[in-house]
Design a protein around this ligand. Structure first.
Ligand SMILES: C[S@@+](CC[C@H](N)C(=O)[O-])C[C@H]1O[C@@H](n2cnc3c(N)ncnc32)[C@H](O)[C@@H]1O
Length: 240
């Protein structure tokens, strides 16, 4: 059996959907449409994320990022979170489902991401504050205990499959300055946007891990043993 059909059947089995692939779905597979987009949603980290708008498909690494954030929130009793570059809304919605008493803001520059996040908030029956903003531009007079982000971080030279290149927004994938453009903006803003003892946690491209180590971030590896998550507390910054 064709590998793509097999994968679609496996994904359907995961969600308890009838394990049949119809003519229309086969046509979509031929055009390299990702199986998650054919099914129309993903379920991870205790949320269902609709993917009907053109947004990035949440990845397993980001599910891991969420589980780390949950531990940090519990340990530090954090009460406010900014999910910057929210895309489908995955991170902020999963956190709100886990902690219904914390104040979560989610932002993205892309109107599709904003629409998708609003739709996913409804589907998951939770409420967060949503802001359409170019990075921090519209996030004014507000500080957070936790800043979490999975910004675009791929370099322009990255080799990607057709299914990614043709079906996911390029502005969600690639970043200038060797993939570091958005982290540079975040780093500049940390002392202003975070409360004292606040924490930043980021999903990163392992090839750029040294940039984070030099700036006092601690690194956590992902399940594939790649240096994927970087975090630090604001008081570490003030000690520098
Ligand atoms: C890698 S995706 C992450 C989506 C989601 N947080 C996740 O983890 O599945 C990066 C997101 O950054 C957004 N983005 C790109 N440039 C931006 C900017 N200048 N300001 C705010 N968001 C931006 C994209 O629209 C995209 O939704």
């Amino acid at each position: 059996m064709d590998e793509k059909i097999k994968n679609l059947i496996l994904e359907k089995r995961r969600y308890g959907i009838k394990e049949k692939v119809n003519f229309f779905e086969k046509k979509q597979l031929k055009k390299d449409k990702p199986i998650q987009k054919i099914i129309g949603y993903i379920e991870m980290a205790n949320v269902r994320i609709d993917l009907s708008k053109k947004v990035l498909i949440p990845r397993y690494e980001t599910e891991e990022l969420i589980y780390h954030a949950i531990e940090f929130i519990k340990k530090n009793n954090y009460k406010s979170v900014l999910d910057l570059c929210c895309g489908s809304g995955f991170i902020g919605i999963a956190l709100k489902k886990e902690f219904d008493n914390i104040d979560i803001w989610q932002s993205d520059i892309d109107k599709n991401a904003i629409k998708q996040t609003k739709k996913n908030l409804k589907i998951n029956n939770v409420k967060n504050k949503i802001i359409k903003s170019n990075m921090f531009e519209k996030i004014k007079n507000k500080k957070f205990d936790l800043l979490i982000s999975n910004p675009p971080y791929l370099t322009k030279n990255e080799i990607l499959s057709k299914s990614v290149l043709n079906f996911e927004p390029h502005h969600a994938l690639f970043a200038d300055n060797n993939g570091m453009f958005f982290y540079e903006i975040i780093e500049e803003k940390l002392s202003e946007i975070l409360n004292k003892d606040g924490l930043v946690i980021l999903e990163i491209n392992p090839i750029n891990v040294d940039w984070f180590k030099k700036r006092n971030y601690l690194i956590i590896k992902d399940i594939n043993n790649k240096e994927r998550f970087a975090f630090k507390k604001i008081n570490q910054l003030q000690n520098n």
